[in-house]
Design a protein around this ligand. Structure first.
Ligand SMILES: Nc1nc2c(ncn2[C@@H]2O[C@H](COP(=O)(O)OP(=O)(O)OP(=O)(O)O)[C@@H](O)[C@H]2O)c(=O)[nH]1
Length: 259
């Protein structure tokens, strides 16, 4: 049977409080046991209080750590988002920069740098099929002198567009520098290249360059063309096209000369 602790306590307190029992031989023993018991209780209560406050402290600390962890996680997510955006922007900027470094600022056509890369690739793939056409606007200085540099720029852009349009898929055009364009035909038949270049000379000489109001300018182009021969390097191929262009200029301009 389970003892009724409350009733037992009341009985012991009553006995200890009664002065009549103080001379009883067991009174002192009972009193010592009672005091000891009381001491144990108060130690236990103390332990429980300590344990409670320790648990509170642990809970509080867990809460603080949790909050700190969440805060750091949010900061980390924010930094990751910023870093992602930064990397995307950096990639786009690099791409733009790369594209800009390969494009001619005035005409938007591929520049000499880009064309040299293409030539290198084509040369490695199949040099036998390569034709190079060096194209130069005739007496372009006169256009600048007569109409000014800005109108000269417009004519340059228009000539570039016309060459690009006329050559179409047959070849690749670049602005080689100044008033000079270089076209590479990589896998074309000789007849098609010749036909295309004659066509170009005709098209440019027939064109009236105008802004619709202030001026109408006519001009011509000269072309030197070279076809890959064994032992040719990129340099020698370009040099032969250049020499042919020189001949075209010296033999009256507005023509194609093969070198
Ligand atoms: N407007 C303009 N002119 C340029 C540009 N680049 C080069 N030029 C001009 O092109 C002209 C080339 O002159 P020249 O080399 O004497 O040749 P040309 O007058 O075309 O005569 P030929 O080539 O002998 O037929 C120069 O006046 C340069 O200033 C450009 O980007 N814009």
């Amino acid at each position: 049977m389970k003892p009724d602790i409350k009733a037992l306590e009341q009985k012991v307190t009553a006995v200890l409080a009664n002065t009549e029992y103080q001379d009883h031989p067991l009174y002192e023993v009972l009193n010592d046991l009672w005091q000891y018991n009381q001491g144990q209780w108060s130690r236990m209560e103390h332990m429980i209080r300590l344990s409670d406050s320790y648990q509170d402290m642990i809970l509080q600390r867990e809460k603080t750590l949790g909050e700190r962890f969440d805060k750091h996680l949010r900061q980390l997510e924010k930094i990751t988002r910023i870093s992602d955006r930064y990397q995307t922007a950096l990639r786009e900027a690099n791409l733009e920069l790369e594209q800009a470094s390969y494009a001619d600022a005035l005409t938007g056509l591929p520049n000499r740098r880009k064309m040299l890369r293409r030539l290198k690739t084509e040369f490695e793939l199949c040099p036998e099929g390569i034709f190079i056409a060096m194209i130069d606007i005739d007496h372009f200085k006169n256009i600048n002198d007569q109409y000014g540099h800005l109108i000269g720029d417009d004519v340059l852009v228009s000539v570039g567009n016309l060459i690009e349009h006329t050559v179409g898929d047959l070849g690749h055009i670049s602005r080689w520098g100044g008033e000079e364009f270089l076209v590479i035909f990589s896998q074309a038949e000789q007849n098609d290249v010749e036909q295309c270049l004659q066509n170009l000379v005709k098209t440019i000489s027939a064109e009236r360059f105008s802004n619709g109001e202030d001026y109408v300018i006519r001009t011509t182009i000269s072309i030197g063309v070279s076809h890959f021969e064994s032992d040719d390097s990129i340099d020698s191929l370009i040099t032969r096209a250049d020499s042919a262009l020189y001949k075209a200029k010296n033999s009256g301009r507005n023509r194609v000369v093969a070198g």
